[in-house]
Design a protein. Structure first.
Length: 333
């Protein structure tokens, strides 16, 4: 298997940076090209490579650490030399179609117990971020931690009871939106789509389909001035203002990213302090945060994405790339 773009083939015997992400991840490529230019050895892989294209062989040593190797037919890592792990956007383990559904589920649970289990127990390794920290950063958890950290969060309701929506909307002045808890990408009938933030009209408050599962409702910030995407890397914050014109992108800028303009922006001291406190509580070294700023200058924390994208923003791409490369190269906070 040929090295992916930016993958180093020079340097020491084995890489000391392990990068786990999907094969076509252009955001990761920026950092890996920078590591290559610095001659920092690394190995890039994906969970989907295991167990067909990569192998793990490790034994518990007497000093209480795992020794051995994880790699493919060309390259890999000596577990004793791993200094940092960038757990970015891995895709699930892959198993042969000849295995039954129960067999694949069992094999996946075994792989999950072994691969991140072994890697996560290696001492003295910097994680960006630990997979369990990413998994724990659910929408309810991040909003609650943000509020405790002193950040403003829009009024939020989570319910599967249609009768609870109308009273909540009344408390929000009749302007509420609904959002998904996780990825906005969904597939139905072989077609791929996105579930963007959308307004909830009054005639949908008592929709019985709300009772089919949990829904998240928030007060709409109707006096929105602009939004901010903040990329956080090891205590450094890289904020950019996002301006959307009237139209579909005004409510959710992901609907039409080509219509956006970006400008430099600063953050109030209390917001900076709250972000640092929140990320520390969530245990995140790196994350992308979204905020809405209203016409009064109030900043509302909307979302925290541990694996958020940042390379699409020209203003901060180089700075974030260097910050991540510095962190992975150093291997410590």
């Amino acid at each position: 298997m040929a090295p992916s773009p930016g993958q180093s083939t020079r340097g020491t015997k084995t890489p000391r940076v392990l990068v786990i992400t999907y094969a076509l991840d252009p955001t990761a490529d920026y950092v890996l090209r920078e590591l290559t230019d610095r001659r920092v050895p690394f190995w890039r892989t994906d969970l989907a490579d295991f167990p067909d294209r990569s192998t793990l062989t490790t034994e518990l040593l007497t000093e209480g650490r795992w020794g051995g190797r994880m790699g493919d037919e060309l390259r890999g890592v000596d577990l004793s030399e791993v200094r940092s792990v960038w757990w970015r956007k891995p895709t699930p383990y892959s198993f042969p179609d000849t295995m039954s559904g129960p067999e694949r589920r069992f094999a996946a649970s075994q792989a999950k117990g072994a691969v991140p289990g072994v890697l996560g127990s290696l001492p003295g390794v910097l994680w960006v971020n630990r997979p369990e920290r990413n998994a724990d950063c659910t929408k309810p958890a991040q909003l609650a931690v943000a509020a405790r950290a002193g950040l403003r969060v829009p009024e939020t309701l989570i319910t599967n009871d249609p009768a609870a929506v109308a009273p909540f909307a009344a408390r929000c002045g009749g302007h509420i939106v609904t959002k998904v808890f996780g990825s906005i990408v969904h597939t139905e009938g072989g077609k791929r789509g996105q579930l963007y933030t959308r307004r909830v009209p009054p005639d949908q408050y008592d929709n019985p389909r709300i009772g089919l599962t949990a829904h998240l409702f928030q007060r709409e910030i109707t006096a929105k001035a602009y939004e901010i995407r903040v990329t956080a890397v090891a205590g450094k914050l890289f904020p950019v203002a996002i301006h959307a014109p009237d139209g579909p992108a005004r409510l959710d800028w992901r609907r039409d990213s080509s219509s956006l303009t970006h400008t430099p922006v600063g953050l109030p001291h209390d917001v900076v302090r709250g972000i640092h406190t929140m990320l520390g509580s969530l245990g995140l070294v790196c994350a992308a945060l979204d905020l809405i700023v209203d016409s009064d200058g109030t900043h509302y924390l909307i979302d925290v994405n541990p694996g958020g994208q940042w390379a699409w923003i020209d203003l901060t791409r180089e700075s974030v790339t260097h910050a991540l490369a510095d962190l992975l190269e150093k291997g410590t906070l």
